[in-house]
Ligand binder design. Structure first.
Ligand code: IVH
Length: 735
């Protein structure tokens, strides 16, 4: 090890301080004090010194933010203080109800009526008595002390002070991101965790350290033993758009919105990737604790906490406001409803909190929410724009999905140029004309939807939209079965169908070919190297290296992954064939009865329908699929290529995705989900490594809740089990 001198130590300390100050000024204060290039140079110098003298590394050195070795999984941690969620209000009326509830809970007496402008009389009610005042006149800031005569005991009860006129509220923007719990011990960041179920989260400290707006050490002399800070990690809209643009270029699936992107990034196992993603953080809650986790009451208002958080080195949202009446809160809510579109990050509402911490303490919590705070949610944004044309996307099944190409508009923070029209029937229902003004809405999806047409604004030049009679990809005629909403291309050589089939064949639940994503599939089809799924098995390293950006190493890896896929179990191959109505669950059921492709291809629809769980539509679809000569030839070619199309010994224990995202997680399903059948949801969870059990216990990690959920949900609520709806489950599986 190189020899360390006092001069080097002193220089390193100075260098580190300089970098810390500059980083704080740049990221938190948004007010750079040195040039970017100088910062980079000094950081490099510090890195070099720390590499040479590892004994100089300290946990709060700026060099500790760049990310570490990838983790294999995250460890669960119990939060020192639970993270609660917020009750939602959707309009000012609901906010008033919440306020009344706070007031009545706040005093031991319940205020029945108080209208200073009219009656000037105050009616209050306590548990056993009613009290009517004589002409009380309250002015702002005035407090009222009421003595109540208890009817039964005749004892005088001292009511609390009714702080009617001075109930202060702190209004904060509700940042649309992912909650984080940070723990500082003796001023040093020791842990960053996700919210999880509010009681137990995941330890993602390495990832949290990469967020430049989170101090690694608190700016405070004599810090309390433990400081707990909560806040929202988020991605600014521009960073989110850059990430998605990059993903699109690489053929990766896009994040639906900045919230999903932030949540997905925080749970990235490789913190180096997290460091590149430029997450940001706004702090909103502060607790000082003793070594034994008991709260030290140091401050008296939420407003004070926010200011203190700022002094401790955190970025605290400047748009906060202290309001002394609900009217002021309303003005704030209305102002931000209009102005939020100009913010560089997304906000989905306003959080209103009772300012006084002693009052907060008194109001306490319900099972899920603090009683002293509420989120006023803004409705999904809708905006008018003009339809310039309608294009069609052709999916794996040949279904044509109409998409409205729009005059670009700003909506919920992003530029929107396309909106889904769902299917051809919906298109006719809307009576859409090219040139029409339509209302588009964005509720979290990447592609927003057309909500309605405004025919009153239709220009005379508008042309009625005509359904295509030819496939936009292969120009062959399309068909529309009378009883279906969908128009389809039925040309099995259609490049769009081929691309979709290949992506499906390579997907995780099917043949699971690592590295074969959308982008590469497109290259393979465009180059003509692959004209059918079976062609994958003839690809050589030499073929692949002719493709753009494909080196020999990646090519060999892919050839190997394709070769390995030959021995996937029969039910996965069956699922991979992409027969309509044969999802992974039906494939599993069919593979148990029909032990090989030879057996299944000879089966009549009536034999197939006899399989428990298989309906007539599926049975007919399977029979018809095997009648098509092109499909018979595909099966023949796959068999020749060595793809196993029969049950082997290995299928006795179904291959599950190893190390899936949900490994070890226990799920319970309850109620009817909007689109997934119960078996399908079960199989999706199991394929990702999770387990589905029938009853809720303390071991249950998640309950997936559909319509008409019953007692399981009640039990889960009692145990504080994290609830998911279908959409959230699918998001989780996608991640
Ligand atoms: S306060 C007990 N303040 O909204 C305190 N939450 O829908 C509860 N959120 O889980 C949180 N901005 O992740 C609070 N200024 C803010 C917030 C905020 C965003 C998130 C937070 C919470 C969720 C509830």
């Amino acid at each position: 090890m190189a020899k360390l001198t006092p001069e080097i130590v002193e220089y390193t300390v100075k260098l580190r301080e300089k970098l810390q100050e500059a980083g704080y000024a740049y990221y938190v204060l948004d007010n750079p004090v040195i040039e970017d290039a100088v910062y980079d140079l000094l950081l490099r110098e510090l890195q070099d010194l720390e590499t040479k003298y590892p004994q100089l590394i300290v946990p709060d050195s700026p060099t500790q933010r760049v990310g570490e070795k990838p983790a294999t999984k995250f460890v669960s941690v119990k939060h020192n203080i639970p993270l609660y969620s917020l009750e939602n209000a959707f309009n000012i009326e609901e906010l008033k109800i919440w306020q009344e509830r706070c007031k009545s809970k706040n005093s031991k007496v319940k205020i029945q009526k108080y209208d200073p402008s009219e009656s000037k009389k105050l009616e209050v009610e306590s548990k056993n008595s009613t009290f009517k005042s004589e002409n009380y006149e309250l002015s702002e800031g005035q407090k009222l002390k009421v003595k109540i005569q208890n009817n039964d005991s005749k004892n005088e009860l001292d009511s609390d002070e009714i702080d009617l006129a001075t109930l202060d509220y702190v209004c904060e923007l509700k940042i649309d991101g992912s909650a984080l719990a940070l723990t500082y011990e003796n001023g040093l960041l020791v842990r960053g965790a996700t919210r999880g179920d509010g009681i137990i989260g995941e330890n993602i400290t390495q990832n949290v350290k990469t967020i430049n707006t989170i101090p690694l050490r608190l700016k405070i002399d004599n810090p309390p033993p433990i400081v707990e800070v909560r806040g929202e990690a988020f991605l600014s809209i521009s960073v989110f758009e850059n990430i998605n643009a990059e993903r699109e270029k690489n053929g990766e699936t896009l994040f639906a919105n900045p919230r999903n992107a932030a949540a997905g990034t925080l749970r990235q196992l490789d913190s180096k990737i997290v460091a590149q993603r430029r997450l940001d953080f706004f702090a909103y809650t502060l607790h000082f604790l003793t070594e034994n986790n008991s709260e030290i009451s140091q401050f008296s208002t939420q407003w004070e906490c926010l200011n203190l958080l700022q002094n401790l080195g955190f970025k605290v949202n400047h748009k906060r406001q202290l309001c002394s009446s609900l009217d002021e809160v309303t003005t704030y809510v209305q102002y931000w409803d209009k102005e939020r579109k100009n913010l560089p990050y997304l906000t989905d509402g306003i959080v209103v909190k009772i300012n006084s911490l002693p009052l907060q303490k008194k109001l306490g919590f319900t099972q899920k929410f603090p009683r002293w705070a509420i989120a006023l949610k803004y409705p999904a944004e809708e905006i008018p724009t003009i339809v310039q044309s309608v294009t069609f996307q052709v999916g794996r099944t040949g279904a044509l999905t109409p998409v409205a190409e729009l005059k670009p508009v700003q909506l919920a923070g992003t530029t929107v140029q396309r909106a889904s029209l769902h299917n051809c029937d919906r298109l006719s229902e809307l009576d859409l004309h090219i040139g029409d003004t339509v209302i588009v809405r964005k509720a979290g999806e990447i592609i927003p939807e057309v909500v309605r047409v405004l025919p009153e604004l239709r220009p005379t030049t508008a042309t009625k939209f005509q359904m295509p009679i030819h496939c936009p990809e292969c120009s062959e005629p399309v068909v529309k079965p009378r009883d279906e909403a969908v128009t389809r291309c039925i040309n099995i050589s259609c490049p769009a169908i081929l691309r979709g089939s290949l992506v499906h064949w390579a997907s995780r639940g099917a043949l699971d070919i690592n590295g074969l994503g959308e982008k590469l599939v497109q290259q393979l089809v465009n180059s003509g190297l692959v004209k059918s799924v079976a062609d994958l098995y003839n690809l050589t390293v030499k073929d692949l290296t002719t493709l753009e950006r494909m080196g020999e190493k990646s090519a060999s890896k892919l050839v190997e992954a394709i070769a390995t896929s030959r021995s996937q179990p029969w039910q996965r191959v069956l699922y991979g064939l992409g027969i309509r109505h044969v999802g992974s669950v039906n494939a599993e059921l069919l593979s148990q009865k029909f032990r090989s492709v030879a057996e299944l291809s000879k089966a009549k629809a009536s034999d197939i329908e006899a399989v428990y769980g298989i309906g007539s539509e599926t049975a007919q679809s399977v029979e018809q699929w095997f009648e098509v000569p092109a499909n018979q030839s595909l099966v023949g070619r796959l068999e020749t290529a060595g793809v196993r199309m029969e049950v082997g010994d290995y299928t006795s224990n179904v291959v599950k995705v190893q190390g899936g995202l949900l490994t070890g997680k226990i799920f319970v399903l309850t109620g009817t989900l909007p689109s997934l059948k119960r078996d399908e949801a079960k199989s999706l969870i199991e394929n990702a490594g999770g387990k589905v059990t029938s009853s809720v216990s303390s071991k249950t990690d998640f309950i997936v809740v559909g319509e008409d959920a019953g007692s399981k949900l009640e039990k889960a609520e009692k145990l504080g089990v994290k609830q998911l709806n279908e959409e959230e489950l699918l998001e989780m599986l996608e991640e």
